[in-house]
Write a protein that binds this ligand. Structure first.
Ligand code: BJW
Ligand code: ZN
Length: 251
């Protein structure tokens, strides 16, 4: 494995430029420079709660007010956030025809805002809500109700049946959306290069994606300021912040 510092990324750039089927696998770290807190690590805590304590169906059943307080807090931060250089470079790589898909664990919608078209969201989207009882779903950005929703402090109720609404995201112990997961796995089998950006690689089954690429003979390039669960299988590990490193990738 090659460990490269910031500013030594010509080799990664060459591999990317010569790839036939490049995919990107992203996590919370790619949005850190947009001001969105990550889950794990020093700044990854919310009021001393760990994600494993809040992002579960049990937590929601026990204390929906606390869980909604957490999600509304994040929705406010995310709705003000803008894509950073790393998102924009991925959009440019797609426009150039090099990048075939972004597989993301993020719920923040920033890949779409940056202009990517082929996006697989493995853990849902924070701007969508769904009823815990009936089939009601709503995208608050599209319905134009986001602002009002965020001002409200009461528990949100389903307009169809009156039950509780919940965020349309994937919590621990819940299955990932089947079609997103199977698309992601089949893209990973086809990929000859996987660019892994800003994930701790600790949450499964998402973290299998780079392993599948590797098992099928593909190349894994990782960008992260710290080593992750993926680093042991990375062919190239570029230590640095996503925005700063990826800015050099297209130069
Ligand atoms: C920068 C940077 C900068 C900083 N630039 N980088 C196999 C083994 C062990 C356990 C399991 C297993 N399979 C399943 C499990 C259980 C569990 C799991 O994985 N547990 C582990 C924690 C041990 N998995 C599940 O429960 C999953 N479901 C499941 O398996 O269902 C089975 C089932 C089948 C059929 C029926 C029923 C059930 C579901 C997992 C759902 C995860 N959900 C969350 C919340 C989403 C909603 C929300 O946003 O609130 O997803 S948890 C959270 O973690 C979120 C993230 O997408 C996910 C991954 O985190 P990520 O993105 O890696 O962020 P961080 O914070 O961990 O890391 C940030 C990284 O960025 C760091 O490395 C930094 O260094 C770096 N960074 N600044 C670049 N500027
Ligand atoms: Zn309902």
């Amino acid at each position: 494995r090659k460990i490269l510092g910031n500013g030594m990324i010509e080799e990664a750039a060459k591999i990317i430029a010569r790839s036939r089927f490049l995919i990107a696998f992203t996590g919370a770290g790619i949005s850190a420079e947009s001001g969105i807190p990550t889950f794990r690590g020093r700044n990854g805590l919310w009021k001393r709660h760990r994600p494993e304590e809040l992002a579960t169906p049990e937590a929601f059943a026990r204390n929906p007010k606390l869980v909604w307080e957490f999600y509304r807090w994040r929705m406010k931060i995310i709705s003000k956030a803008k894509p950073n250089k790393a998102h924009l470079v991925l959009a440019e790589l797609e426009r150039m025809g090099i990048l075939k898909a972004v597989i993301t664990q993020n719920v923040d919608d920033l890949h779409r805002e940056a202009g990517n078209k082929n996006i697989i969201e493995l853990h849902g989207n924070i701007f969508r809500v769904k009823c815990i009882r009936c089939d009601y779903r709503e995208n608050l950005k599209e319905s134009g109700r986001l602002e009002k929703f965020l001002e409200d402090e009461d528990l949100p109720k389903c307009p169809k049946c009156g039950s509780l609404l919940r965020p349309d995201v994937v919590w621990f112990g819940e299955a990932l959306p089947e079609s997103a997961l199977s698309k992601a796995f089949s893209l990973a089998r086809r990929a000859d290069v996987c660019l892994v950006v800003g994930t701790s690689g600790q949450v499964f089954p998402a973290a299998y994606i780079p392993y599948i690429v590797k098992d099928n003979g593909g190349y894994v390039i990782e960008i992260n300021p710290s080593q992750s669960g993926i680093t042991p299988i990375a062919d190239i590990f570029i230590r640095g912040k996503a925005g700063e490193v990826m800015d050099e990738l297209l130069k």
